[in-house]
Design a protein around this ligand. Structure first.
Ligand SMILES: [Zn+2]
Length: 133
């Protein structure tokens, strides 16, 4: 089962990575490390599934996606403490304030990606198939 949510997310990641790869001078993106919050309803396999479709023909075609899950974290608006909620109690664990916001856990972001520089110059024929003698 794949959802449209993952498609939109995947498209966003692709745009971002291609943009960044361009700024780095271009090349082939081979691997992408993604950080996914526990609150983000992302099915890893679905993202890879869409990736293989929409990245085709781009500099990121065939890139392998790696997902790292991060726990939900709240930030207290009153004392700025960062804490992980216990059960359904979202009160600040430092001062007991109920004025908190989600600081991490609902995001999906690109942590890093591997870029193989495009071969430069007219001598770049190394990736053409060569016949064995
Ligand atoms: Zn607090």
């Amino acid at each position: 089962m794949v959802g449209m949510h993952e498609l939109a997310v995947t498209q966003g990641v692709l745009d971002l990575v291609l943009d960044a790869a361009d700024r780095e001078g271009g090349g082939q993106v081979t691997r992408i490390d993604l950080v996914v919050g526990e609150l983000a309803s992302i099915v890893d396999d679905s993202v890879q599934f869409y990736w293989d479709i929409i990245a085709e023909g781009t500099a990121a075609a065939g890139a392998v996606l790696h997902f790292r899950r991060v726990p939900i974290q709240f930030e207290c608006r009153d004392c700025r403490a960062l804490f992980e909620p216990a059960d359904e109690d979202f009160l600040c664990t430092s001062c007991g304030s109920g004025s908190v916001r989600v600081a991490a856990g609902d995001e999906l972001r690109v942590e890093s990606f591997d870029l193989e520089p495009a071969a430069a110059g007219p001598a770049a024929t190394a990736d053409q198939p060569t016949k064995e003698p």
